[in-house]
Design a protein around this ligand. Structure first.
Ligand code: IMP
Ligand code: MG
Length: 172
């Protein structure tokens, strides 16, 4: 596998994002809401780079990719999620690809009456969007390649890799 983004490059960028987000939400009732499972590594690093008090929580979105993909099939589970009414929510996911996952999640979250919702992703895949929205904060724009590591998976493997690597057909 070829490394696309090294551990140190990611760490530097996440620290920058943390500083930006700290200034935007300082003095606000912030909840960082991670999308399971892909966001766990980013959330763990990002919250330690945000120096204004905040709460964290998670919800789950499963999109059934890989061999069993059914296009547009997305299951959302909010059972583990904390109360967000009246709070500023920062929704954090690993990657913005078609954007459909974030659009669905935003619709779901709006019904819970947060004060505001913004989105942050580590990666933004270029030329793939099928929606009107764009992420409010992103770490890196990347080309249309399949990547794994730093939380991102291929069939639930490779999430533990500390860098972002390109998964080529020969690697499966
Ligand atoms: P979207 O709804 O098309 O934006 O897809 C978002 C989800 O697809 C992400 O949360 C990932 O789980 C998955 N995904 C999209 N591209 C990749 C990739 O290159 N590697 C691993 N997962 C990906
Ligand atoms: Mg995923």
């Amino acid at each position: 596998m070829d490394t696309l983004l090294s551990e140190s490059v990611i760490a530097e960028r996440v620290a920058e994002l943390g500083r930006t987000i700290s200034e935007v939400f300082r003095g606000r009732p912030l909840t960082v809401l991670g999308v399971l499972n892909g966001s766990i590594v980013l959330v763990a690093d990002l919250i330690r780079a945000i120096d204004t008090p905040h709460q964290i929580g998670f919800l789950r979105a499963s999109s059934y990719r890989g061999e069993t993909t059914v296009a547009g099939d997305l299951t959302i589970d909010t059972n583990l999620m904390p109360q967000i009414e009246g709070r500023d929510v920062l929704l954090v996911d690993d990657i913005f690809d078609t954007g459909r996952t974030l659009v669905r999640l935003l619709n779901e979250l709006r019904s819970k009456n947060p004060a505001s919702i913004r989105t942050a992703v580590l990666l933004w895949k270029q030329g793939r969007s099928e929606v009107e929205i764009t992420p409010d904060y992103h770490g890196f724009q990347i080309p249309d390649v399949f990547v794994v590591g730093y939380g991102l998976d291929y069939n639930d493997d490779y999430r533990h890799l500390p860098e972002i690597a390109v998964l080529n057909e020969g690697d499966y």
